[in-house]
Write a protein that binds this ligand. Structure first.
Ligand SMILES: [Ca+2]
Length: 354
C-alpha cells in the first residue's frame, strides 16, 4: 500500500514536471514566435539589425515597407514639458511646466524627404492641398528686403521657391498639415504628438532652454539654424542669427537630412532644418491637445502646431518649449514633417525627470 502511494506520488510528480516543462517550452516558443513574426504581424515594417529593447524584445530600429523609412524606438518615460522659470521668453501656452508621461513610440530617424514625398504623390495621385492654396511663402532671392516672400501657387515641388526641382534628400516643405497627414496615412503611421516632440527635444538636455543647452550659442555645426551666412545674404532684412554671430552651418535654406549629428537615440534634425507639423490642434492656452483629441472650439480647428525650429527661425523659436501656432493650411518653405507610430505595448519604467 505504502509502495503504491509512493508510486502514485512519483507518477504525479513526473506528470507535473512534464507539464511544467511543456508550459515553459510553450512560453519560450511563443516569445520566439512573437519576436520572429513581429514584422509580418504588423505587415508594414521589418526590423533593422538584431538590436532589441531589453525590456520588451521589440526591435530598436524598424524599416517601413511602403516608403523604406527607418524608425527608431523611443522607450519613453516621464519628463517635464513647458518653459522653465528662468525662461523670460516663454509664452502663456508653455506654462505651467508639467510632468507628463510619454508612452513608447517609434519615430522617423529623419524628416520625410522630397524623394519620399514624390514617391507618395506618384503612387497615389494625391493632389496636395498646397495646390489649392495661395498662402505660400518661400525663400526670397539673396539681397531682397525680406528673407521670405509670398509666392502664390508654391508647392512642395518648388525647392525654396527656386522652381528648379527639389533635391531628393532634402526635407519636403510647402506641405499643409493635411498633406502631411495624408502621407502618414499612406505609410500606416501618424504625426508625432507635441509632447512626444518636446520629449525628443529635451532628451539630451532635460529642462534646458534650447535643444543644445542653456547657452545662447550652440556647439559648432549643431543643426541647420538661421546662421550668420543666411542673415548676411539679406542685409536689408535686419535679421539676426539665431545661433550667434559666429555660428555658420553652411546652409541658407534646407539642408540634406542627416547632415548634422543625431541625438542620443540616433534621430536627426529634431532641432533645426525644418519646423515639423505635429498631430492634433491647439486650444491656444493649454496642453489639452496633447492626446491628439480635436479641440472643442470649431473656430480654432485650423490652428495646428509645429515644433523643432527651422533654418529660418530666430533664437526664440528654437527654444524647446516653443509651440509654433500655424494655420494648418499654410504653405511654408520652412515647414515639413516626419512620421511616428505609437501602437506599441511596452511596460516601460518611469524615469525621474531632470
Ligand atoms: Ca542655416
Amino acid at each position: 500500500m505504502h509502495r503504491a502511494r509512493t508510486g502514485l506520488r512519483t507518477s504525479h510528480a513526473i506528470l507535473l514536471l512534464t507539464l511544467g516543462v511543456g508550459v515553459a517550452a510553450w512560453i519560450y516558443a511563443a516569445r520566439k514566435v512573437d519576436r520572429g513574426s513581429w514584422p509580418e504581424f504588423h505587415g508594414w515594417a521589418a526590423p533593422v539589425g538584431e538590436a532589441v529593447h531589453a525590456e520588451t524584445a521589440l526591435p530598436i530600429r524598424i524599416r517601413r515597407l511602403v516608403d523604406g523609412a527607418s524608425m527608431v524606438l523611443v522607450p519613453g518615460g516621464l519628463f517635464k514639458m513647458g518653459a522653465g522659470p528662468d525662461d523670460t521668453e516663454s509664452w502663456a501656452d508653455e506654462l505651467p511646466p508639467q510632468v507628463l508621461t510619454v508612452s513608447p513610440f517609434y519615430v522617423d530617424v529623419h524628416e520625410v524627404t522630397n524623394g519620399q514625398f514624390r514617391a507618395f504623390v506618384e503612387a497615389t495621385g494625391y493632389p496636395t492641398e498646397a495646390l489649392l492654396e495661395d498662402s505660400g511663402y518661400g525663400l526670397a532671392p539673396a539681397g531682397a528686403v525680406r528673407m521670405m516672400q509670398s509666392i502664390p501657387g508654391l508647392t512642395w515641388r518648388d525647392y525654396n521657391a527656386c522652381r528648379d526641382g527639389p533635391p531628393e534628400d532634402h526635407p519636403v516643405t510647402c506641405v499643409t498639415w493635411r498633406d502631411a497627414v495624408a502621407y502618414c496615412d499612406w505609410v500606416g503611421a501618424a504625426l508625432p504628438m507635441e509632447h512626444e516632440y518636446e520629449y525628443l527635444l529635451r532628451l539630451d538636455v532635460g529642462s534646458a532652454k534650447y535643444p543644445w543647452g542653456d547657452g545662447d550659442t550652440p556647439p559648432p555645426k549643431f543643426a541647420n539654424l538661421l546662421d550668420a551666412d543666411a542673415c548676411s545674404a539679406y542685409p536689408a532684412a535686419g535679421i539676426e542669427p539665431a545661433a550667434g554671430n559666429d555660428y555658420r552651418d553652411g546652409f541658407v535654406g534646407t539642408a540634406p537630412v542627416m547632415s548634422f549629428s543625431p541625438n542620443s537615440l540616433g534621430i536627426f534634425d529634431i532641432c533645426g532644418n525644418v519646423f515639423e507639423w505635429c498631430a492634433g490642434v491647439s486650444d491656444g492656452t493649454t496642453y489639452s491637445m496633447r492626446d491628439g483629441a480635436m479641440n472643442r472650439d470649431p473656430s480654432l480647428d485650423n490652428c495646428g502646431r509645429a515644433r523643432g525650429g527651422s533654418w529660418s527661425s530666430c533664437r526664440e523659436w528654437q527654444r524647446c518649449a516653443i509651440r509654433k501656432p500655424a494655420n494648418r493650411r499654410i504653405v511654408r518653405a520652412y515647414l515639413g514633417f516626419r512620421c511616428a507610430w505609437r501602437q506599441v505595448k511596452l511596460a516601460s519604467k518611469p524615469e525621474v525627470p531632470r
